[in-house]
Design a protein. Structure first.
Length: 156
């Protein structure tokens, strides 16, 4: 799943389920406070964003349910895989997120994880849940686009 993004960025993981289950209204880049073994495990690609989300508690943002597998060469000092991890954002960004998540019933979902200049970065999405018919419509539209591309390719 690792790949190149913009200059100096290396993609570690994406949350494909988030794009299926939510409308993404806004994207925000955040740093994260990690232990050494967590960083090494992430560099190995041992990270799972499925069912993870972010919460704002006491003026701080925390990543919940993000599974980072133990580092392969770690010892007894290895980290707990699903502990809550603090996300690093500016105060004005946190205040804006508090307003959005409380007023409109929106949630914070991690969309992707990448390395930028050697630092682990998370892309958070301010998201609104899709209903079942919305998911079907999205799938239908995606399938139609795929067929149109195939027809154009065949025609050439």
């Amino acid at each position: 799943m690792a790949g190149k993004l913009h200059s100096g960025e290396k993609l570690i993981a994406t949350n494909k389920k988030a794009f299926h289950d939510y409308f993404i209204l806004e994207k925000i880049e955040a740093g994260i406070s990690l232990l050494g073994t967590e960083v090494k495990a992430i560099r190995e690609g041992r990270l799972n964003l499925k069912d993870s989300y972010a919460l704002v508690r006491a003026g701080e943002v925390f990543l919940i349910n993000c599974h980072i597998s133990p580092y392969s060469h770690g010892n007894r000092e290895n980290h707990e895989p699903t502990r809550a991890r603090k996300l690093l954002l500016h105060l004005r960004e946190i205040r804006r997120l508090i307003g959005k998540t409380q007023e409109k019933g929106l949630t914070l979902i991690p969309l992707r994880v990448y390395l930028k200049r050697g630092k682990v970065k998370f892309e958070l999405g301010v998201a609104k849940g899709k209903k079942l018919f919305d998911k079907r419509e999205t799938a239908r539209r995606k399938e139609a686009d795929k067929e149109a591309k195939a027809a154009l390719k065949y025609r050439r």
